[in-house]
Design a binder for this molecule. Structure first.
Ligand code: BDR
Ligand code: CA
Length: 313
């Protein structure tokens, strides 16, 4: 079987880092064409730094990493240092990266790649605000029908919001961009908080990462230890939700997830509910389905896959 061609679009972030590591650990199934960075959890200079740190940690300095947009389409950037720490990757002490950033802009890379590769063969994997993806779609509408699938982490329905009472962080930071992506017509698979809040790094799961005894295993244990303090305090949960790795895990083992093909619309106007993903889970409207919105995860299977793969790095 040919490896599936993917572009990871990301704002690392400890959970983004784990998602990238899972992809880098799985070259038989996933051909990572490049990583495009976006401003989100922390500003762009830090997300590009962090992506390079992670690729070097994985022993993959040949990975192509591109800087994308440094601010949302229309709004001012909102960041999440309160969750991820000052650098976005607080927790482990890792060396400053030496691998280069590519000269090309991330948005140009996305457009060029989708035009160059056979139609329907490239999957986009956004793990942060959707600014880069929406900018590419705005600049080059011809790429939309060429996208194999967009598998993204963002939104929430039953869990509602984590950055406001109504909105999940990635969608809230750039709701205009999310609106463009959800209306793009590209096949869309969404990992909302409804799923990711069930992918918790309990003490036992964290111990399993550390027990790998490798630099990657120890760093992942330290990263999740750092950012779980926030969710423990906020939700009283037994560990940090590994949001973004759900995207990579889905590409490797889709049967870990279940959801519904439904209509999902993004609130772009209301001050109160800006960035809310209005998911027609109960199919009470006649709005056409535009996304497979996941609702559940086999968490044991997810952590077994993740630990087994991280051991390969
Ligand atoms: C999302 O926001 C970020 O803080 C995480 O990296 C994840 O992508 C969760 O709401
Ligand atoms: Ca992220």
């Amino acid at each position: 079987m040919n490896a599936r061609k993917i572009i990871i679009d990301t704002d690392p972030g400890q959970d983004d880092a784990v998602a990238i590591l899972l992809a880098l650990a799985s070259p038989q199934e996933l051909e990572l064409l490049g990583i495009t960075c976006v401003a989100g959890n922390v500003p762009l200079p830090l997300t590009t730094r962090n992506a390079r740190i992670i690729c070097e940690l994985a022993g993959k300095p040949e990975t192509r990493i591109f800087a994308g947009c440094d601010a949302p389409l229309e709004r001012k950037l909102v960041t999440a240092e309160h969750v991820h720490g000052k650098t976005g990757l607080d927790g482990p002490v890792l060396p400053e990266p030496t691998m280069p950033l590519q000269a090309q802009h991330g948005v140009e890379f996305i457009i060029e790649t989708l035009r160059a590769e056979p139609s329907g063969t490239v999957t986009l994997c956004p793990l942060g605000p959707l600014t880069n993806i929406a900018s590419a779609l705005q600049k080059a509408p011809d790429i939309a029908p060429r996208i194999a699938e967009i598998v993204l982490m963002g939104g929430a329905y039953f869990e509602v919001g984590n950055i406001t009472p109504a909105a999940e962080f990635n969608i809230y930071v750039d709701p205009q961009a999310a609106d463009i992506v959800f209306k793009s017509g590209a096949p869309l698979t969404v990992m909302p908080l409804d799923v990711t809040h069930k992918a918790l790094v309990t003490q036992e799961r964290n111990d399993a990462f550390r027990a790998l005894g490798t630099p990657v295993g120890v760093a992942v244990a330290e990263m999740t230890e750092f950012f779980e303090r926030y969710d423990r305090e906020k939700y009283g949960s037994p560990g940090a939700p590994l949001h973004d790795p759900c995207v990579t895990a889905y590409l490797l083992q889709p049967d870990l997830f279940t959801g519904r093909h439904i209509n999902v619309a993004v609130e772009t106007h209301s001050e109160l509910t800006l960035g809310m993903t209005v998911a027609d889970w109960w199919r009470v409207t006649d709005r056409a389905p535009n996304a497979t919105f996941m609702g559940d995860i086999n968490a044991e299977g997810f952590f077994a896959l993740l630990t087994e793969r991280l051991a390969r790095l």
